[in-house]
Design a protein around this ligand. Structure first.
Ligand code: HEC
Ligand code: HEC
Ligand code: HEC
Ligand code: HEC
Length: 197
């Protein structure tokens, strides 16, 4: 969206530049220097806006209720994805781990850590941890992990290198993403029959 906003800004700037040019062509020819300079300024402003909106925070994913890190767990500690997402090969929904699963380790490991105390709070009050969703898929699309995992597609083909991410940089899965790989692997691309319902 930020990129869109920037593009919009640039388009507006360019359009107004063109209109000005048509009107003041002779004036322009006489004052090419200063005008070039102001266009340069406009470009600099646009570049600044772009860099400003593109804050790094927007690329590392939303802050979570507990700062759970895939880099620490799946990367440094090498815990298998399936330990926490056990249904990924067996059902539509890979599942997010319930807090019991976190406590299975954290009753012992860094048990007094303030973030782990938060887990106890969720557990004691029977509140499901309000994780924020990182990935989006349009609702009318039926996506089946099992079919894909059975074909030995690695998690990273679709999710990137999760084990290097502190916060998951989710994405919006557009159809071309599905289609590209389906073409490459000669999987079904009759998506109206198989993916949409
Ligand atoms: C120790 C438990 C644990 C392990 C191991 C783990 N995950 Fe997760 N995973 C979570 C939790 C908790 C969340 C929800 C919070 C978040 O998004 O960070 C999550 C979220 C995700 C999401 C984002 C879901 C969404 O759309 O919001 C993906 C994708 C994911 N994990 C993939 C993986 C992959 C791939 C691996 C192995 C490389 C892995 N996970 C290993 C606990 C784990
Ligand atoms: C298989 C064991 C295991 C499971 C399951 C597990 N963790 Fe951990 N966790 C660890 C280890 C090991 C560390 C590293 C501890 C250290 O640095 O000494 C850790 C570190 C942490 C930290 C410390 C902060 C950091 O990033 O260094 C937090 C917070 C945390 N885990 C949250 C969770 C949550 C939330 C869950 C459940 C979704 C979970 N853990 C599940 C083993 C586990
Ligand atoms: C072929 C692409 C693909 C592969 C391979 C894949 N995923 Fe996913 N994954 C997706 C899509 C698409 C979604 C979003 C689904 C949705 O929101 O309904 C998703 C969502 C998730 C979620 C979030 C589920 C939730 O309830 O929010 C987790 C966790 C996850 N994947 C884990 C994994 C793990 C672990 C692996 C590897 C064992 C894996 N995925 C392999 C495409 C893939
Ligand atoms: C990295 C490659 C890859 C990506 C990305 C991918 N797929 Fe697939 N998909 C496959 C392969 C390979 C098969 C064939 C599995 C089989 O033959 O059982 C498949 C099979 C399917 C099937 C079963 C088709 C049938 O024969 O009935 C559906 C439905 C499907 N994918 C939907 C999706 C959707 C929706 C997305 C995007 C969110 C997606 N796929 C992304 C590789 C991929």
């Amino acid at each position: 969206m930020d990129v869109l906003a920037t593009l919009l800004t640039l388009t507006v700037l360019a359009a107004s530049g063109l209109i000005l040019m048509r009107r003041y062509w002779t004036f322009l020819r006489a004052n090419a220097g200063p005008i070039g300079l102001s266009l340069l300024c406009a470009a600099a402003v646009a570049a600044f806006l772009y860099l400003f909106y593109r804050t790094p925070g927007t690329e590392i994913g939303a802050a979570q209720p507990i700062p759970f890190s895939h880099r620490v767990h799946a990367g440094v500690k090498n815990i298998q994805c399936e330990l926490c997402h056990p249904y990924v090969g067996q059902s539509l929904d890979p599942g997010l781990p319930p807090v019991e699963k976190c406590l299975y380790c954290h009753k012992v490991i860094i048990a007094g850590h303030p973030e782990i105390l938060k887990e106890h709070h969720y557990f004691d009050t029977r509140t499901p941890t309000p994780w924020k969703k990182a990935n989006y898929l349009a609702e009318h699309v039926v996506f089946n992990h099992q079919r894909h995992i059975k074909k030995e597609l690695a998690c990273k083909e679709c999710h990137g290198q999760v084990e290097t991410m502190d916060r998951i940089r989710g994405k919006y899965f557009y159809m071309h993403f599905c289609i590209e790989c389906h073409r490459e692997r000669k999987a079904n691309i009759d998506c109206w029959l198989s993916c949409h319902n």
